[in-house]
Design a protein around this ligand. Structure first.
Ligand SMILES: Cc1cc2nc3c(=O)[nH]c(=O)nc-3n(C[C@H](O)[C@H](O)[C@H](O)COP(=O)(O)OP(=O)(O)OC[C@H]3O[C@@H](n4cnc5c(N)ncnc54)[C@H](O)[C@@H]3O)c2cc1C
Length: 484
């Protein structure tokens, strides 16, 4: 490297990227009185605020209302002439982004003591970055440049204006026939939302089922729900070509060795995300990448340049806002204090949710992962069609499924499918994080009638299956004796 290590640094740390990972990094650095500069080339808040979590959840809410209006007669209410105003839905989404924007804004971060710079950062040495023609130096760097939608090399794709989670939010009209390519969480959330708003959606997935990371029984619930809502799910369909014939757009797929053609007006590509790890000088300073383009980091989240750390989607063992924030803590604390003490990133209890309706939330292992890893487990299930609150709300789709160590109440993982599963899973996250098991959940008062009682009832099912049989036989004898 031609640039020598400065004798004196102007800053403790420079953070590149102001998405979830970069914002939390800058926040922590400022909170511990480090001198920190945050550089963002596009919008403060990154994907989560502008094109990811926030707009998608706002869209899902409109879609939920549309679905409830459709179901209104079931609740004894007749709604005449309900109309989807797609423009108004998209305007509401932008208004919500605007409302949350101040949380991630330059003025907020400056008030916290962070120097914020708008511009594209280019690494010129392990200690220097150029932005807007100026060179800045820092003792440490944190790379939090995120990821972008992966565009698969399908023949003809470059000839059409396809949608991704990046440009979707500026759509002005509801697509009539929408193909969603991808059966993962983002594809599923958007498939259902658009279908509920009135698009005729075909969801195309090359593997045998949607939500393939989840257990088959879990994916089947969502598959069933989607079919009931009129979604055309095409699993085992490998997209091979996009053809444009005049106004007609066609997706050609291979299905069981046969060609299949699907007509569409718009196609949304949701087949995964690629790390933003190239084009800003990482290769020139010796930062190594993994085969999938993510930045290679060690357990301290340190890159192959010892003073440079990375976090968030750009390292991507998990691609969620909460894991980006979690990693940001390790990256920042290790960058600033690693000479005194360092911390190994803890991926032991990682939760997530897919915000379909019903939601799918998970923490820890599911059955397919336990089987793959050869981990012995006992599975306990409690179906929501037994739960009073779910019955009262006519939202009985779903299950609480918990994996425990055989013969013990230690939780290995939990999956909840159901209304508000993303909230309900927190009890199992706490249990796993703080080491309490099914007995403690069973011994906790849950308010009646709530959805969270499902967690307690699942613990009850576990207890019944693990009841001390010898003791109960003795107790039975005792009761018989007491009759005398
Ligand atoms: C449709 C959708 C829905 C989602 N829903 C959820 C959800 O419900 N829950 C959840 O937890 N997660 C969700 N996610 C994932 C979540 O959005 C990401 O995991 C999270 O935003 C990652 O944050 P990050 O900081 O790593 O990256 P980003 O948010 O992508 O931020 C990276 C920032 O770096 C900037 N940058 C890149 N290169 C440079 C450079 N050279 N110089 C300066 N700046 C640069 C970019 O402009 C960007 O702003 C969703 C994602 C999508 C797409």
């Amino acid at each position: 490297m031609s640039i020598e290590k400065p004798r004196q640094f102007d800053r403790n740390v420079i953070v590149i990227g102001a998405g979830s990972a970069g914002l939390v990094s800058a926040y922590i650095a400022a909170a511990v009185h480090a001198n920190v500069t945050l550089i963002e080339q596009h919008k403060m808040g990154g994907d989560c605020l502008n094109t990811g979590c926030v707009p998608s959840k706002a869209l899902i809410k409109s879609a939920k209302i549309a679905s409830l209006i459709q179901r209104a007669p079931e609740f004894g209410i007749h709604v005449e002439n309900a109309k989807i105003d797609f423009k108004a839905i998209m305007q509401r989404i932008q208004a919500i982004i605007k409302k949350i924007e101040p949380h991630d804004s330059i003025s907020r971060y400056e008030s916290l003591g962070v120097e914020c710079i708008q511009g594209e950062a280019m690494m010129t040495s392990p200690w220097t970055v150029t932005v807007n023609g100026k060179t800045l130096n820092a003792k440490n760097m944190i790379i939090a440049t995120g990821a972008r939608p992966f565009i698969p090399p399908i023949k003809g794709i470059e000839a059409i204006d396809y949608l991704t989670s990046d440009n979707l939010w500026s759509l002005c009209e509801l697509p009539q026939r929408l193909v969603v390519l991808g059966g993962g969480p983002i594809g599923c959330e958007l498939t259902q939302a658009f279908a509920r708003l009135g698009s005729q959606v075909t969801q195309v997935e090359m593997s045998a089922r949607i939500l393939s990371r989840e257990d088959e029984s879990v994916a089947t619930i969502i598959n069933h729900q989607f079919k009931q809502e009129g979604i055309d799910i095409r699993t085992n369909h490998l997209a091979t070509e996009i053809i444009k014939q005049g106004e007609q757009k066609i997706l050609r797929c291979q299905h069981n060795g046969q060609p299949v053609e699907i007509l569409f007006d718009e196609i949304l590509i949701a087949v995964g995300r690629t790390a933003n790890s190239q084009g800003f000088g990482l290769d020139k300073i010796g930062i190594e990448l993994n085969n999938n383009q993510t930045i290679r980091v060690n357990e301290r989240l340190q890159t192959t340049c010892p003073n440079i750390f990375a976090c968030g989607d750009v390292i991507a063992p998990y691609q969620f806002t909460h894991t980006a924030a979690h990693e940001a803590w390790y990256a920042t604390v290790n960058a600033l204090f690693g000479k005194l003490k360092y911390f190994k990133v803890d991926y032991n209890v990682i939760p997530w949710a897919t915000f379909t309706d019903p939601e799918v939330a998970r923490v820890g292992l599911n059955e397919q992962e336990a089987a793959e890893q050869g981990i012995a487990y006992e599975v306990t299930e409690y179906s929501l069609d037994d739960l009073d609150r779910a019955i009262a709300e006519s939202e009985t789709q779903g299950v609480v499924k918990v994996l425990t160590v055989p013969g013990k109440d230690k939780i290995l993982g939990a999956t909840i499918v159901g209304n508000h599963a993303g909230e309900l899973i927190t009890e199992y996250i706490s249990a796993m994080k703080h080491g309490f098991g099914m007995n403690k959940i069973l011994g906790t008062i849950h308010i009646y009638p709530t959805l969270s009682e499902a967690n307690k009832f699942a613990a009850g099912v576990w207890k019944k299956a693990n009841a001390p049989k010898t003791l109960l036989a003795l107790v039975k004898k005792y009761h018989q004796w007491m009759l005398k």
